[in-house]
Design a protein around this ligand. Sequence first.
Ligand SMILES: Cc1ncc(COP(=O)(O)O)c(C=O)c1O
Length: 432
Amino acid sequence: MFIYGNIGKNSEGHLTFAGLDTVDLAAEFGTPLYLLDEDLVRERCRIYLRAMREFFGEGSLPLFASKALSFTEIYRIVGSEGIGADVVSPGELYTALRAGFDPSLICFHGNNKTDADIAYAVRSKVGLIVSDCREELEALSAEAVRQGVRQKVLLRLSPGVDAHTHAKITTGLTDSKFGVPIETGAAGELCLYAAGLPGIELIGFHSHIGSQIADVSPFREEAIRLMDFVARMRKEGGPEVSVINFGGGLGVRYLPGDPAVDYRAALRDLAETVMSHGGGQTAKGIRFMVEPGRSIVAEAGMTLYTVGSFREIPGFTPYTSVDGGMADNPRYALYESPYTVYSANRASEACDTLTHLVGRCCESGDIIQKNVRLPRPKRGDTVAVAGTGAYNYSMASNYNRLTRPPVVILTDGRARLAVRGETFEDLVRNDI
Ligand SMILES: Cc1ncc(COP(=O)(O)O)c(C=O)c1O
């Protein structure tokens, strides 16, 4: 019945998450409420770290793609597991540094970094900056020279691999705003150009082909194209390559019918492809990285809501409105993302009613999930949406001047507040 092992039901017929009663949590912290199962986050970090070391060698490292979930405590948690972090903005970098994250384990991304972003990242001594265009590489070179340092850089490549995922989260195609395409010859040219710029040291390549990918074959294809590019650049007098970063993208289960991805097996498969390519010669002297986001935190998250109304329209599916919606979870509005929904306070009752779960924003598109089954909803019920740990809190907004919900972390049967819920004062803090 339950999609993940951290979800269950207790003797009171209440849904439990990470061993805690969700109805009690809703009563204590209010709704909407984001919950995060810390033990599962740690378990996933360990799976990735062990698999990277075992299959790619000791110096290899997973980086948590913190766009999936960014607040101070999450950087402390993943940092304490010994993995690195990928940040895509000065705000994410600031938050990571505030958490005490080791800057040498931070990789700074983004397809359009401002001069200020670049200056901040270099000053913060981030381990790697990933860039994919000439203008930015020149700005980075100038800034590094100004600060008197030699900044390590990866060139983001567009390998031309179709990951067969949702169009809005596909990033590895030649026609993309991300990366410099290998196919057109642009990547080779930019690589040789960047290698000659002062202040920067081009030490390798990065690519990220997309997200929510359950099949390893696009990753194999990505690896082959990157390793071919490494071999070609070596022949053409390119820079000494010591780092390859394959990005993130492994999927998670949002619905009971989704495949459960074996992350360790996927990394072993990827490593076998890499290590056997070119008779094993190409991989020599290279440290490998991956950047999982969703697969570290999605299944560790759950959102609780309170039902306000159950609206029946003859001949149509009824609407169940809750006290959150697209402001705390815009993923259905963006991608029609699937989610599994549970009744939290009536988890033992028959799910006899088909309904659309919708939010409270003034938008018809404010839908959390269509066609879910619940015990006939009534005002005051608590509803739980599973799998919301990734790209929910980090994508939340104040649309309609809704306050962002708190984030509560669950571990060892205890709940602790990690992010306070916003107040009306927070909403007007910058208003003049
Ligand atoms: C460069 C980069 N790395 C890693 C990720 C993380 O992807 P995922 O959350 O699917 O693992 C993303 C997601 O957009 C990305 O753009």
